[in-house]
Design a protein around this ligand. Structure first.
Ligand SMILES: Cc1cc2nc3c(=O)[nH]c(=O)nc-3n(C[C@H](O)[C@H](O)[C@H](O)COP(=O)(O)OP(=O)(O)OC[C@H]3O[C@@H](n4cnc5c(N)ncnc54)[C@H](O)[C@@H]3O)c2cc1C
Length: 405
């Protein structure tokens, strides 16, 4: 048994568990401690926004229990424990576990604290009641508030609910599709002119809007929710007042206005943070022996961007595991298109780099009734992004090959 300080990971999301999994392929025995504020159960977070259509319960979303993960990966798990401080000089973290406070020393520390939902302050008696879904626990609350499953699309049963979604970005659109298929009435409110305005060409955003409208989704674009009050009228218990003067009655408000990297722990420890915890090509923060990856990180290898998606986490976890196992390995991110899980109109997008100057052009030769192909072409005529819809989403590998980085 080694007496060296363990590798300590903070978090039990995809980033932390994937790093341990990759590390165990390289080093079976090095001591590893994983500290997490939640249960530590392993689940695929993307399934949170398609669980209603698939009639999956929160319990069914857990693919492996925390205890099984810890046993299989030979990890000392501290669940329901919050890291409250990092001491980079002493190389230790402070952990609150119920009433108890522990100090845990590390040889290397991996911060994988994810992101926090952005909240928009709302006026009114129910202003604080908007929910966000960024964890299995959040999803369990949503599931309970909607009365579980038991209704289907087009159902006129009384137990179907009215949900107002704030935000027509990726997560807002996915939930709109999922909850509508799950039998609920859905309103979406967004200040933009169309859904996914920042992500896909205008025509695809409008096509998604029209297709979801056919499913019953009601759109309130170009406006915002200003106030949320408990309703005195019979029916749904909340009244949302929009900036354009409209009111919408709803049983529940789901806020999907975006996520912000959770840098609180790192910032308090004096690590350099901007939009996320700043990490170099080796995923090291500004402090020796402290690394970060996942939704909390801002990657030098991605031009200083955050990359809050699954594929970048898998790449980062592999590279970090090699580094932790003694072979310093920089992370290299290939092109990683994002799939938008709106089954009524599936979309895949490889956004152009933020600095790219150009425009979306539809490839008419490749576009069919069943799906469109769009290329983002920069000022010198090079393709540096693409967007696909419907059946054309199957062509993503082909499009990756023709896209320059
Ligand atoms: C609804 C939804 C759908 C999505 N769909 C897709 C998709 O289709 N494709 C895709 O690529 N990406 C998708 N994403 C994004 C993807 O799921 C995330 O990028 C990824 O799961 C983030 O993993 P993570 O480990 O970085 O963070 P998280 O999963 O958020 O994990 C953070 C962990 O840190 C713990 N923690 C935080 N602070 C502390 C502390 N102080 N002490 C101890 N523990 C702490 C938390 O308890 C948690 O265990 C989706 C996200 C959402 C919300």
């Amino acid at each position: 048994m080694s007496s060296a300080a363990p590798i300590v990971l903070v978090g039990a999301g995809l980033a932390a568990w994937s790093t341990v999994r990759e590390l165990r392929k390289l080093q079976a025995e090095v001591p590893v401690v994983l500290i997490t504020a939640d249960s530590g159960d392993f689940y695929a977070k993307p399934s949170l926004s398609n669980a209603f259509a698939q009639k999956r319960t929160p319990e069914q979303l857990v693919s492996t229990s925390a205890a099984k993960m810890a046993e299989t990966l030979n990890v000392q798990l501290m669940a329901h424990s919050r890291v409250t401080a990092v001491d980079p000089q002493a190389r230790s973290v402070q952990v609150a576990q119920g009433e108890a406070v522990h100090t845990v020393a590390y040889s290397a520390l991996v911060i994988a604290t994810g992101a926090q939902p952005i909240t928009v302050p709302l006026q009114g008696s129910a202003g604080a009641s908007a929910m966000s879904v960024n964890s299995l626990d959040d999803f369990s609350k949503l599931f309970l508030a909607l009365g579980g499953h038991g209704i289907s699309a087009g159902s006129s049963e009384n137990n179907s609910k009215t949900v107002l979604i704030m935000g027509a970005g990726l997560i807002g659109c996915e939930f709109a599709n999922d909850l509508a298929v799950g039998g609920h009435r859905v309103h979406v409110v967004d200040p933009g002119v169309r859904p996914l305005a920042a992500l896909v060409p205008e025509s695809l955003g409008l096509a998604l809007q029209a297709t979801l409208a056919e499913l019953g989704v009601r759109w309130h674009m170009g406006t915002t929710v200003q106030a949320l009050n408990n309703s005195e009228a019979p029916g749904p218990c909340l009244t949302a007042t929009l900036a354009n003067g409209e009111t919408v009655q709803a049983d529940l408000v789901l806020s999907a206005v975006g996520l912000r990297a959770d840098t609180r722990l790192a910032q308090a420890a004096g690590l350099v943070c901007e939009r996320g915890i700043v990490v170099d090509a080796h995923l090291q923060t500004s402090a020796p022996a402290i690394y970060a990856l996942g939704d909390c990180a801002q990657y030098a290898s991605a031009g200083g961007r955050t990359l809050p998606y699954v594929m970048p986490i898998m790449q980062a976890a592999k590279a970090l595991a090699s580094t932790l196992a003694g072979t310093p390995t920089p992370v290299v991110f290939p092109l990683m298109p994002v799939a938008i899980k709106t089954p009524v109109l599936p979309l895949v997008v490889q956004p152009p780099p933020p600095e790219a100057n150009g425009q979306w052009v539809r490839d008419d030769a490749q576009t069919a009734m069943t799906g469109e192909v769009w290329r983002f072409v920069n000022a010198v005529g090079a393709q540096c992004g693409f967007a696909l819809s419907g059946k054309a989403t199957a062509r993503r590998l082909e499009l990756i090959k023709t896209t320059g980085v």
